[in-house]
Design a protein around this ligand. Sequence first.
Ligand SMILES: [Ca+2]
Ligand SMILES: [Ca+2]
Ligand SMILES: [Ca+2]
Length: 171
Amino acid sequence: MRTEATKRVAHVFSLFDANGNGILEADDFDLMAGNVVEAAPDSDEAAKDAMRAAFRQYWTTLVTELDTNDDGKVSYEEYVACVLSPERFDTTIGVFAEALAALGDPDGDGLIERPRFVALMRAIGFQRANIDALFEAFGPSDDRIQVATWVAGIKDYYAPDKAGIPGDLLV
Ligand SMILES: [Ca+2]
Ligand SMILES: [Ca+2]
Ligand SMILES: [Ca+2]
């Protein structure tokens, strides 16, 4: 596992601990899903439902795969031990990436304007300056990025063997 990859997933742990008690639990994901959906007022209900479902699946996968002491919560130690195992997380991360990017593209033209991207990433909790740096790294054209670029970027973010990728700008 690359140091950069560990830093990336550690950062996500701190953001996904939405209620800030140092441990991941179902409440965190409900809270986060609510914040993210709220940041996409123009999206239709189907896209919002898909996002909520993706957060639920994310949590279910985490608690199923990582809750080694079986207390229904995921500590940082449990999390970091194997969140970067691609065979366990590829599908869930893929669903999550597609749902998030789709939420940023309410008109379905395959492009995401910067304000929508910023709003969603702010809702997750990333820093504004880092979000802008990431957007630039995605090579925007006319201040818009491709949905597919963002999906690929999210998947790369969780890849244990990747370093020097746009996602490192978020950490
Ligand atoms: Ca928590
Ligand atoms: Ca646990
Ligand atoms: Ca669009």
